[in-house]
Design a binder for this molecule. Structure first.
Ligand code: CTP
Ligand code: MG
Length: 237
């Protein structure tokens, strides 16, 4: 089997509130997307390096991304939602016998190689859709409608919950089918899927969870960026 990866990096990072798009924000002197691509390219899923890496960039930063990532990485303009950006990258993936596809958020730049390899291994073992997940430490309650307060409807049994990360791994045909089936939702943030496994679930197909890794934490807010500096030193290669 041959594995490739899609790196979604076309978001603006509105919650981070930086002047640059999130993927270009420097951490320890290098842009977030460079850290993310380096760790993907260092992984050896199935004992070999990735056969291809396709990165989505904000439309007005495509040239900057190409200069940062070099000639071996394919850079495409992203779309209005994460789902649309993944679909654009999927369309640019070479044929080349690639049958396993990892989809990773540049916003999780310090996902270590062993996590990347664990997800790919589960796909190779026969799970057509695989996500890494961490046990939840907070007590989670489902609430009803409200303005500045909400009535509790239920306390969700914590042992049944996993906080899901990327990279997510797929049999290529399953990922392509899931995106094709949801194509009409890709332009609208209110109905687009926030992760790719969600699209597979909409088809009624099974999704498998493997253990996640705290180092694959997502940069969303300025606080997360401060934590990312610590993670960068933790997984430096
Ligand atoms: N993403 C993308 N294309 C979009 C929106 C998001 O490729 N149109 C990517 C982001 O670059 C990021 C990942 O999807 O790597 C997860 O999205 P998120 O953390 O929400 O990033 P942003 O959308 O950039 O941030 P925000 O929602 O705060 O604006
Ligand atoms: Mg977003």
């Amino acid at each position: 089997m041959t594995t490739a990866a899609i790196l979604t990096a076309a978001g603006s990072g509105s919650r981070l509130g930086h002047a640059l798009p999130k993927a270009l924000v420097p951490v320890l002197g290098e842009p977030v997307v460079v850290h993310a691509a380096r760790r993907l390219l260092a992984a050896r899923p199935g004992g070999a390096p990735l056969a291809a890496l396709v990165v989505s960039a904000p439309a007005d930063h495509v040239d900057a991304f190409r200069a940062l990532l070099g000639p071996d990485v394919v850079v495409v303009p992203g779309g209005p939602t994460r789902q649309a950006s993944v679909a654009a990258s999927l369309a640019a993936l070479p044929d080349d016998g690639i049958d396993v596809v990892l989809v990773h958020d540049a916003a999780r730049p310090f996902a270590p190689a062993d996590l990347i390899e664990r997800v790919a291994a589960a796909v190779r073992a026969g799970h057509d859709a695989v996500v890494p997940g961490l046990a939840v430490t907070d007590t989670i309650k489902r609430v009803g409608a409200g303005d500045d307060g909400w009535p509790v409807e239920a306390t969700v049994a914590r042992g049944e919950l996993r906080a899901v990360q990327t990279p997510q791994g797929f049999a290529r045909a399953t990922l392509e089918r899931a995106h094709a089936a949801a194509e009409q939702d890709a332009g609208d943030e209110s109905v687009a899927a926030s992760d790719d496994a969600g699209l597979v679930e909409r088809l009624g197909l099974p999704v498998w969870v493997v253990p996640g890794d705290e180092r694959a934490a997502k940069i969303t807010t300025p606080r997360d960026l401060a934590v990312a500096v610590l993670l960068a030193t933790d997984t430096k290669d």
